[in-house]
Design a protein around this ligand. Structure first.
Ligand SMILES: Nc1nc2c(ncn2[C@@H]2O[C@H](COP(=O)(O)OP(=O)(O)OP(=O)(O)O)[C@@H](O)[C@H]2O)c(=O)[nH]1
Ligand SMILES: [Mg+2]
Length: 220
């Protein structure tokens, strides 16, 4: 029963929101990385300070949001709680996800390996195999924050380890807002590029099937 409810919840919320089925973005990362704060920042109107009075997320928050400046593409952003004891539930949200935002607390040097491992586990899942990824190196407003280059190196993300994946790492601060819309725009571009590539592949596949069907000799 417990498991059934866990699986059913995202789907029910998705109907309630009239979520476009192909635009679901998951926001994952360790507890206190700043996922909910970033969601608040993404939703805030220009020149309006978001409400950062957030508690640790026990279940999930889901909000519709435009990631691109033309405000045409509507995405459902799923912010899922990252506390250790509920991380095992993340996999119930993978199905149907089209993109991932992984948030890292750049000041949490002691847990950078734990964050890297959590990300590795997500990306190894069959359902997340080719999903585009935006990594937010959050809390760059803090003097003790690791640089984006440092984080990129520590989590072992490079073109060799991520050969077939579309990904980007963006330094940001949910509190000041710096880097947030840049990151979201980059993710939007990655998602668009992936859709274009898949369309092209489908077209080519259709054409080669057509060619093959002409090669079949008619029966005597
Ligand atoms: N300095 C600084 N603090 C931040 C930033 N983003 C979030 N925080 C703080 O980090 C703490 C955790 O933020 P949340 O947004 O609740 O983190 P979360 O990732 O949603 O955490 P869970 O829901 O437990 O998974 C809060 O005290 C935030 O104010 C940031 O960019 N800079
Ligand atoms: Mg949260």
């Amino acid at each position: 029963m417990g498991n059934y409810m866990e699986k059913a919840l995202p789907v029910r919320a998705c109907y309630a929101l009239k979520e476009p089925v192909n635009n679901r973005i998951l926001i994952l990362g360790l507890d206190a990385a700043g996922k909910t704060s970033l969601l608040q920042r993404a939703l805030a109107k220009e020149n309006v300070e978001p409400n950062f009075d957030v508690n640790p997320t026990v279940g999930f928050n889901v909000e519709m949001c435009q990631l691109d400046p033309t405000k045409r593409a509507n995405y459902a952003l799923w912010d899922v709680g990252g506390q250790d004891k509920i991380r095992s539930l993340w996999r119930h949200y993978y199905s149907g996800a089209t993109g991932l935002i992984f948030v890292i607390d750049s000041t949490d040097v002691d847990r950078i390996d734990e964050a890297a491992e959590a990300l590795k586990v997500i990306l190894a899942d069959q359902e997340m195999k080719s999903i585009p990824v935006l990594i937010f190196a959050n809390k760059q407003d803090d003097d003790t924050a690791l640089t984006v280059e440092n984080i990129t190196e520590k989590i072992g993300f490079n073109s060799a380890t991520q050969e077939r994946r579309k990904w980007v790492i963006q330094g940001c601060s949910a509190i000041s807002g710096e880097g947030v819309s840049e990151g979201l725009r980059s993710l939007h571009k990655l998602l668009q590029a992936k859709t274009q590539m898949e369309k092209k592949q489908n077209n080519n596949f259709g054409k080669s099937n057509l060619r093959r069907s002409f090669r079949i000799k008619p029966r005597k």
